[in-house]
Write a new protein. Structure first.
Length: 158
């Protein structure tokens, strides 16, 4: 669980995602969190985008984690997996967030949630994604099967 009182938009988003992971409905957990947090309109919008986007693109984000990491997404510690999903979501889908900000805030998020040494994993994986994207490649490797490829690309079930 989140070990600190959330102070940033990304920390609040992680808090909501942990509730969703525990079985809460995303909209209910988000609403409850936004009513108790004192956030600017811009930060509340970022929390909302990060929560809904990460939930919506979970399969694609997990595919990236599995392909770029040394362990499959399902074998990652739950908080680390969520931090990586939030970081990758920002890099892949939020063009208004600079890549350096997405990486640095994700590393800070890992450290703030007791992941200490694993923050290096966050940094390495997100920078690897950044390098591959900068080289013009899509880091997401799609399977040969067209149905599975569509499912992975658009985060749909097969």
């Amino acid at each position: 669980m989140v070990t600190t009182v959330p102070t940033t938009a990304r920390q609040w988003a992680l808090s909501v995602l942990l509730q969703v992971q525990g079985g809460a409905y995303a909209d209910v957990a988000l609403h409850r969190t936004l009513t108790q947090a004192t956030l600017s309109a811009q930060d509340a919008a970022l929390v909302t985008e990060l929560v809904y986007g990460t939930v919506r693109r979970q399969r694609t984000l997990d595919g990236l984690i599995s392909q770029l990491g040394t362990r499959p997404a399902e074998k990652q510690p739950p908080v680390l997996r969520l931090v990586l999903q939030v970081g990758l979501y920002q890099l892949r889908y939020l063009k208004a967030v600079p890549a350096s900000a997405a990486v640095n805030t994700s590393v800070d998020l890992a450290k703030a949630n007791g992941l200490g040494q694993l923050s290096k994993v966050v940094n390495g994986l997100l920078r690897q994604y950044e390098r591959l994207t900068a080289a013009g490649a899509d880091p997401l490797v799609l399977p040969e099967d067209p149905t599975a490829a569509l499912g992975l690309r658009h985060s749909y079930p097969d």
